[in-house]
Write a protein that binds this ligand. Structure first.
Ligand SMILES: Nc1ncnc2c1ncn2[C@@H]1O[C@H](COP(=O)(O)OP(=O)(O)OP(=O)(O)O)[C@@H](O)[C@H]1O
Length: 463
């Protein structure tokens, strides 16, 4: 659809774009990425024919761009640039009607029924019908951008070339425009070539991307290129972390600021307070803890400050948290059937690591554990620690099950057990916390010991 061969181009014969090759297929959503000044707009202008090439070839639908007339170009491609080249005295509707120009026949170019239908449709989908009679100069930057997109869509092109189509848009309209473009791509086979600055947006919507650096492609490929953080650091000169979007398998980049984000160093014992009533036990830390958990609220790996066990049953744990002013967005919580006065709480220092564990063991069935450690774990070590705690729990259940079969029906009967492992992220970073490591052994010891104590309480009560 778009074919670029050995392309060299720039201004006043000095090349900005240096010997580029690129092929964009019909129906593809292609995003051009790169830092400021890397040559994106220059390449865009060479492809749209706004700038003559120094050497090399640009072909659109098999024909060299320089051989196409203005009308032929407009029938094949619509271009949306940063430079607004419309008369500000036109109304929104008049500007959109200009998009129908390549489809109009005869000397007296009148809008046909079909033209009017298309104009209505594009105004509808870009949500600009309400200000159709308003003069273009009187609408906001974001609204102008949507009007120009509507004009481009009214052209019904085979190819849509967009230079930062969302730069004036708020997040609602950014996603609305991108969803609209994607829908057009998927239903009508529209080919899209877009310069995008937001790498995360490019990852979510593009089929392929190109990373332009100093007038040359560093790489062209699928969006998984955005997982190569060393390459991104080299190009953009910033610290980024790439991780998968939580619900779709696409990379998303997180920026790490230069200023220090480390928290104030706190003495572990002074960094939390515990509130307890008949209904709940709530541990609140002054600073967020890196947490891994399978609790019904706050599951996964996150930064959390509030940790609680509520006495149940209750159909809505989140509602309970709200009742007690615990912000559920920053909390891990579980429901227990046990009386909270029967909880076990143990504080220990194992190999210099302060630990606090709270266990509520419910009705001889469910074990809920909250374990807080004053240490710094990588996410991998968090998973190790979660495993070490689980192994210790299973061992304890096996040992005590032998003594009293009512204590916990089987080590495998863990479907409703919850475990929260939360780290202060103070001290030296630990990347391995499996049960054979010092800290992993510590986790095992404190978990096993707390379950043993819980078991002893249970035995005392029932015998
Ligand atoms: N009209 C011009 N005349 C001379 N040099 C220009 C002109 N337009 C751009 N340049 C130069 O070409 C280089 C690439 O500019 P270009 O606009 O293509 O970059 P870009 O990647 O689109 O940047 P941005 O992300 O900032 O929009 C820059 O060094 C710029 O100064």
């Amino acid at each position: 659809m778009i074919h670029v061969q050995n392309l060299v181009g720039g201004y006043n014969h000095s090349p900005i774009i240096k010997d580029l090759d690129l092929e964009i297929k019909k129906g593809e959503f292609f995003a051009l990425l790169g830092p400021n000044g890397s040559g994106k707009t220059t390449l865009f202008k060479l492809i749209t024919g706004q700038l003559p090439t120094i050497s090399g070839k640009v072909s659109i639908c098999g024909k060299e761009i320089s051989s196409l007339s203005k009308l032929e170009k407009a029938q094949k491609m619509a271009v949306l640039t940063q430079e607004v080249q419309v008369s500000f005295d036109y109304t929104v509707e008049e500007i959109i009607s200009l998009g129908r120009y390549p489809h109009q026949k005869g000397i007296f170019k009148q809008l046909s029924k079909e033209d009017r239908k298309v104009i209505e449709e594009v105004m509808e989908i870009t949500q600009i019908s309400d200000f159709r009679k308003t003069q273009f100069r009187l609408i906001s930057g974001g609204e102008k951008q949507r009007v120009l997109l509507a004009k481009a869509l009214a052209q019904e092109p085979e190819i849509l070339l967009l230079d930062e189509p969302t730069n004036h848009l708020d997040i609602k309209h950014t996603f609305q425009v991108l969803n609209l473009l994607k829908e057009r791509q998927q239903t009508t086979g529209l080919t899209i070539f877009a310069i995008l600055h937001d790498l995360n947006v490019a990852s979510l919507y593009a089929d392929r991307i190109a990373l332009l650096h100093d007038g040359s492609f560093l790489e062209v490929g699928d969006v998984d290129l955005l997982r190569k953080v060393d390459q991104l650091k080299k190009v953009y000169k910033v610290n980024v972390k790439s991780q998968s979007h939580p619900t779709i398998p696409k990379p998303q980049l997180l920026m790490t600021p230069n200023y220090s984000t480390s928290f104030q160093h706190l003495h572990f014992e002074d960094s939390y307070k515990i509130n307890q009533s008949e209904d709940y036990i709530h541990v609140q830390f002054d600073q967020p803890l890196r947490t891994i958990s399978n609790s019904s609220v706050g599951a996964g790996i996150q930064w959390l400050k509030h940790f609680c066990h509520f006495q149940g049953p209750h159909p809505d744990l989140q509602q309970l948290m709200e009742k007690y002013s615990i912000p559920h967005e920053l909390a891990a919580g579980a429901m227990t059937a046990v009386k909270l006065e029967d909880k076990v709480m143990v504080k220990k220092v194992i190999e210099d690591n302060h630990m606090l564990i709270i266990v509520t063991e419910g009705a001889g069935k469910t074990i809920n554990i909250m374990l807080f450690i004053d240490a710094h774990f990588t996410d991998g070590a968090l998973v190790d620690g979660f495993m070490a705690a689980t192994e210790a729990k299973v061992k304890a259940v096996q040992d005590f099950h032998m003594v009293d079969s009512n204590f916990h029906s089987s080590p495998a009967d863990t479907s409703t057990d919850t475990l929260v492992l939360a780290l202060t992220q103070q001290g030296t970073k630990i990347s391995c916390a499996g049960s054979a490591t010092v800290v992993g052994k510590g986790i095992g010891q404190i978990v096993y010991g707390a379950i043993k104590e819980s078991f002893s309480k249970y035995i005392e009560k029932v015998h």
